[in-house]
Ligand binder design. Structure first.
Ligand SMILES: *Cc1c(COP(=O)(O)O)cnc(C)c1O
Length: 382
């Protein structure tokens, strides 16, 4: 076995004009949150997603917070959201003093089960937060229907779904307001970074206002503030990275999709392994190649598969744990033991395979060979 080889779960690919733009920003002296790369990145990324406005901020978590603040979701409100998501989605709801209300996942896309939303709505419900898990857009037709019926806002957490499509439209343009993350492992990355997108002029204005400590947007210099705002500004250096990354976004998406089809093709006959679906009319961008080890084959379960892959230098990660298990969120309500069977199934059996855009066919081959060897208890050829 080649012991030198190490395959990370996800690394950023910086092979475009990143270095040129960042160097230009440094040389120009514009390194704070003024500078040409910020509007250029906002313009390029919002256009890529098909949204009218983009407001750059310093990470995806604050993008979600800012979106909720701008939309007026606050104390006493309830926000319906998936149980199976990353903690930041629920944290943002907690920041504004609202109550997150969880809904189980749907078994094939692993997204919020749209058919279970309506039963969670009451007079305090003000928004539905959809999270496009691992790059698959949520069932927006069904979700929009419920939102319209009860006059609810739709907030998209699109942190994992840059370039994902639903009926020909991109995530970030599918609801009232959306948040993206550009963390190092996301499909478009600035190391740390985020953006709010919206087609609504007023929501965009409010985002710009609240992200900059509520300095008056008319540049009035009396230094009197009407509201308590936040400093969520992105630096020009990060925006320089973001512009270069956005120029190559479609390349990254096709890399992600190619990697997924290689895994799928190679592992399709392996018993017990389930991939995330791609529903008709959707373009899944496979931010992560999640698999679920649905049943043990030759005594191999999720944890033993991960351990044995790690022994071979192959890095994987477990899926996140459902929100109803989070001690930090216990104050928002207790749920019966078996309230989230799909989310629990994913947490218990799911793992991400290496998924970075820079992986080669050889890398994927190496990973698949290892999985086959482990699950089928075959002799290793390498
Ligand atoms: C990554 C991620 C975030 C948070 O983004 P940060 O930039 O790390 O703050 C929010 N929601 C989801 C679903 C994510 O995957």
């Amino acid at each position: 076995m080649n012991r030198q080889k190490r395959i990370p779960v996800c690394e950023p690919l910086l092979a475009g004009r990143e270095e040129e733009y960042v160097l230009e920003a440094v040389r120009s002296g514009w390194i704070s949150s003024a500078g040409k790369y910020i509007p250029a990145f906002e313009e390029a990324f919002s256009r890529y997603c098909g949204a009218k406005h983009g407001i750059a901020v310093c990470n995806g978590t604050v993008a979600l917070h800012l979106a909720l603040v701008a939309a007026g979701v606050g104390k006493g409100a309830e926000v319906i959201m998936p149980d199976f998501t990353m903690i930041a989605s629920a944290a943002a709801v907690a920041y504004v003093g609202a109550r997150p209300v969880f809904v189980d996942a749907e078994r094939e896309t692993w997204n919020i089960d749209a058919l279970q939303i309506e039963e969670r709505i009451n007079s305090r419900t003000s928004a539905i937060m959809v999270v496009h898990i691992y790059g698959h857009a949520c069932a927006m037709d069904e979700i929009r229907k419920v939102a319209r019926k009860y006059n609810l806002l739709i907030v998209e957490d699109a942190a994992e779904a840059h370039g994902a499509e639903y009926q020909g439209k991109r995530t970030g343009s599918l609801g009232d307001i959306a948040a993206f993350s550009f963390f190092a492992n996301k499909i478009v990355s600035t190391g740390e970074g985020g953006m709010v997108l919206t087609n609504n002029d007023e929501l965009a204005q409010r985002c710009r206002y609240f992200k900059n400590l509520c300095f008056p947007l008319n540049r009035d210099r009396t230094y009197l503030h009407e509201h308590v705002g936040f400093n969520y500004r992105m630096s020009n250096l990060h925006a320089a990275l973001g512009l270069a990354q956005t120029e190559r976004a479609e390349l990254y998406v096709s890399a992600r999709r190619r990697i997924n089809s290689l895994y799928r093709e190679r592992l399709k006959n392996l018993p017990g392994i389930i991939f995330q679906a791609e529903f008709e009319g959707c373009r899944n961008v496979y931010w992560m190649n999640g698999i679920v080890v649905d049943r043990q084959v030759n005594g191999i379960d999720r944890d033993s598969l991960m351990r044995k892959l790690s022994d071979r230098g192959i890095e994987t990660r477990r899926f996140f744990g459902g929100m109803h298990h989070q001690p930090a969120l216990a104050q928002y309500g207790s749920y019966k033991e078996d309230s989230f069977p799909v989310s629990d199934w994913l947490m218990k059996n799911g793992l991400y395979l290496p998924s970075g855009s820079g992986l080669t066919d050889e890398d994927i081959d190496w990973v698949c060979e290892a999985i086959e060897t482990i699950v089928l208890k075959r002799e290793s050829h390498t």
